[in-house]
Design a protein around this ligand. Structure first.
Ligand code: GLN
Length: 494
């Protein structure tokens, strides 16, 4: 039998349905791969091999009984540890939630189980999804399976969905959930040579997802290719009355609608993304992407998104502001950690719990957020940022009157080494320069692998689409995928 861990969602599901192998064999193979890689990659916070086997047994029994199988039947996946999973610890990679076992299941994870997927475990991430490298996790760094051919320095798998990207790239999970507030699906996908899509804001329910910045947070799919992302996103998306910002729209049949023919489509190339001093390999991969979409039949149009340069500072006001409010709930009373010094009063307990429970990056964001929302500075920072956010969204609305999709790089560089940027938060934030504009505008965006740079590491290309047009994003991404022919894989060292 072929090594089952080499297969993606579609191949696993179809193989199980046809009887080429059983779901139990699939779960067993991935459980073993997870166990073998866990000490080296630290992609999971907890592994749940029994859960994967339990779901697989149900799929095998359903198949034997002739019952209809779901679109993810027999596919074991990794679940980012930001999704509440009933009976399985959910931490957001923070000490403050260590030991918290939800009594409920997030809507997105429930939909995946309903589609027949199983859970390999809860994936590591940057603490409360704040970060670009996974170095802010309270459960240790995730290590990328990639290494530069020249050395063995451990590389960042990107963030915050770094457990997800590392696991999919290392072939220890065929797919994983991610969440994206300012790039956390796209940038880790780019760093590890996999695909990842963040849908339109509101497509996936946020119910049961640990909140970071509620007006930006969106769940999405991370997998080996565009087709697998389409299958998985279709299973995750849909209206949820329990999330007041959930889109009350039917979920289109994205997988059935996949079509890489770009004839008659216009692709926008925003000139503001061509930064001074841009990494030449990133610039070249962008040019390759332009040539590939032209080859697929698209017309290339230069466009302007004039407020792009304000996106990063705007994001780093709005996201911390919302985070400081969302994270006020962690007070030692309701969840996880409680630090109650001898003779302490209620305020002391709050302070001690939060001091012990939150990591430095989370504290930094709470302080920035509280500052920009404070009475004296609210208008100067928060109100101003909201206005600029509107201008950024308007830039996209105007551009999409001329073009169908926009093509840009996903990140300004390939993966960096652990420790390389963690001393300087501003430098780390700069990594999000190409991903935050689409987040602020609530638009669907996808990263697909584009090739390797001079250091032998993957680069990603990003397709941004109109609101609700995930199909357009997936189709352009498929056109890129077919031409990029990205087959590079990390050499196995773990
Ligand atoms: N890197 C960004 C941040 O640190 C984005 C994180 C995310 O999308 N969750 O906020």
């Amino acid at each position: 039998m072929t090594d089952l861990t080499n297969l993606g969602i579609a191949a696993l599901r179809d193989g199980v349905a046809k009887g080429d192998f059983t779901a139990t064999e699939v779960a067993t193979a991935f459980n073993a791969a997870v166990e073998a890689a866990q000490p080296a990659l630290n992609a999971f916070i907890v592994t749940t091999p029994d859960k994967a086997l339990e779901s697989a047994a149900k799929v095998d029994a359903d198949r034997a009984a002739g019952k209809a199988l779901g679109t993810m039947a027999g596919v074991p996946i990794g679940m980012k540890d930001l999704f509440a999973t009933k009976g399985t610890q959910t931490t957001a990679a923070s000490k403050i939630l260590e030991g918290f076992t939800p009594q409920y299941e997030s809507t997105v994870s429930q939909k995946l189980w309903d589609a027949g997927a199983g859970m390999l475990g809860k994936l590591n991430l940057d603490q409360f999804a704040m970060g670009s490298s996974n170095e802010t996790s309270a459960f240790g760094n995730v290590i990328s399976p990639w290494r530069r051919p020249s050395d063995t320095a451990p590389l960042a798998p990107g963030g915050s969905s770094g457990g997800s990207s590392s696991a999919v790239a290392a072939r220890i999970a065929p797919a994983a959930t991610g969440t994206d507030t300012g790039g956390s699906i796209r940038q880790p996908a780019a760093f590890t040579g996999i695909s990842g899509i963040k849908p339109t804001y509101g497509r996936c329910s946020r119910w049961g997802v640990v909140a970071f910045a509620s007006s930006l947070d969106q769940a999405g799919a991370m997998a080996r290719d565009v087709t697998d992302c389409a299958i998985m996103l279709e299973a995750m998306a849909g209206f949820d009355p329990k999330d007041s910002t959930s889109l009350n729209l039917p979920v289109p049949e994205w997988t059935a609608g996949l079509n890489a023919d770009m004839k008659g489509k216009k692709v926008g190339i925003p000139r503001e993304y061509r930064l001074d001093g841009m990494d030449p390999d990133v610039a070249k991969s962008w040019d390759d992407g332009i040539a590939w979409l032209k080859d697929a039949g698209a017309e290339i149009v230069e466009i302007s998104l004039p407020h792009t340069k304000y996106a990063l500072p705007t994001y780093y006001i709005i996201a911390p502001a919302e985070a400081s409010s969302n994270l006020a709930r962690y007070d030692g009373v309701r969840y996880g950690l409680r630090d109650l010094p001898d003779g302490a009063g209620l305020q002391d307990m709050y302070a001690a719990t939060r001091a012990a429970g939150f990591g430095p990056e989370v504290k930094r964001r709470i302080m920035i957020g509280t500052y920009v929302l404070s009475a004296g500075f609210y208008d100067a920072y928060y109100t101003q940022a909201q206005k600029v956010r509107t201008l950024i969204a308007r830039d996209f609305t105007e551009a999409f009157q001329q073009v169908d999709v926009i093509l840009v790089p996903t990140a300004p560089s390939s993966a960096f080494a652990l420790g390389e940027k963690s001393a300087d938060p501003l430098e780390m934030y700069l990594n999000d320069v190409f991903s935050v504009p689409a987040s602020l505008a609530g638009l669907p965006a996808m990263s697909v692998p584009a090739g390797l740079d001079r250091s032998g590491l993957p680069l990603g290309l990003q397709v941004i689409g109109k609101a609700f047009d995930e199909q357009g994003v997936l189709n352009a991404s498929l056109a890129l995928e077919q031409r990029a022919q990205f087959t590079a894989r990390p050499a196995k060292w773990w």
